[in-house]
Write a protein that binds this ligand. Structure first.
Ligand SMILES: [Zn+2]
Length: 321
């Protein structure tokens, strides 16, 4: 049977939809706007309509669709419900599998948290290909995470599995994180965290020359990394602090789940090997048992990781018969 799978990544701005075959070849991809107005009530109907339209155009019968996988930016429980999804405007519990499944006329649906699903995508077809376990860390405005062990996502009892960004890692950071905690990984290792650290370093060293000063309030993570690459001492210090805390977090995770690899993605990962080399140095310092065993690599699927992972979620759940 010529089975097809849809992998859907619901973001705050767009819904990315991919059509896959069973082997994981991305046959077609497109996106529709995420309509967050009216508490996001149109998002799932819009997604369903777009998938049904594609099936019609491509002559795909419902019985030839193995399922639809869905990644959403919120904590998805093992039963496919999400309690709240602020980024999408959802204020009440949504049963994703059931609601989207009904809108699709009974096609099986399975959902997961977007960061977890992206990790699954990278393990399946990206930087982790050939491996069955990896931990993905996405360094963007915040820090997202996903843990895949033996090919399955670890989502935990409350959907918080893999929330690496909110591990406490730093006692001397007294600013309060979005989660209500202090000293979270996200506060040190995100793009925002790196800028905060760089500003701290600049303020503490008013007499030291740094090309970062030229940027003023427009200083961003990319500029800091560029300055560090050029040998700017204060920029290097900020990047080093960030890499230190990230390396420490990865070392702790390694001693809990022992993955084959850590996959680093997100905007800050564009710093490439320059950043991962420093993180790796700290990682080995804090986790000597992992040396020469698990590696830190860069993500390779970019924005498509969520679609791939959502498709793999379908294979994991419905593809084993
Ligand atoms: Zn936090």
């Amino acid at each position: 049977m010529n089975e097809r799978i849809f992998g859907v990544d619901v973001g705050g701005t767009t819904v990315k939809i991919g059509l896959f075959d069973r082997e994981g070849t991305l046959l077609r991809k497109w996106e529709i706007p995420t309509r967050r107005e009216d508490e996001g009530k149109n998002i799932l109907p819009d997604t369903a309509a777009s998938i049904l339209q594609e099936m019609k155009e491509q002559n795909i019968l419902p019985e030839n669709v193995l399922g639809v996988g869905l990644g959403v930016p919120g904590p998805v429980l093992p039963d496919g419900t999400v309690e709240r999804c602020v980024n999408l405007g959802w204020k009440e519990t949504v049963d994703l599998d059931d609601t989207l499944g009904k809108l699709l006329g009974g096609i099986p649906v399975t959902a997961g948290n977007d960061a977890n699903v992206a990790a699954l995508g990278e393990v399946w077809k990206g930087a982790g290909v050939g491996r069955s376990s990896a931990v993905m860390v996405t360094l963007g405005t915040g820090v997202g995470g996903g843990i895949v062990i033996n090919g399955e996502i670890i989502c935990g009892a409350h959907g918080m599995g893999g929330e690496i960004g909110h591990m406490h890692i730093r006692d001397d950071d007294l600013d309060v994180c979005n989660c209500g905690g202090q000293g979270c990984v996200e506060q040190s290792a995100s793009a925002t965290g790196l800028v905060r650290e760089a500003k701290r370093v600049l303020a503490a060293n008013p007499d030291t020359e740094s090309s970062m000063r030229k940027s003023g309030d427009a200083l961003d993570s990319r500029r800091i990394i560029d300055c560090a690459k050029d040998g700017d001492a204060l920029a290097s210090q900020a990047v080093d602090t960030m890499a230190n805390y990230l390396g420490r977090a990865l070392a702790n995770i390694a001693m809990v789940v022992d993955p084959e690899a850590f996959i680093i993605g997100g905007g800050v990962s564009r710093a490439g090997a320059f950043l991962t080399d420093i993180v790796t140095r700290y990682y080995h310092r804090y986790s000597p048992l992992s040396k020469k065993k698990s590696y830190i690599v860069l993500a390779s699927l970019g924005n498509d990781a969520g679609m791939y992972g959502a498709a793999k979620l379908v294979l994991n759940r419905f593809g084993k018969s």
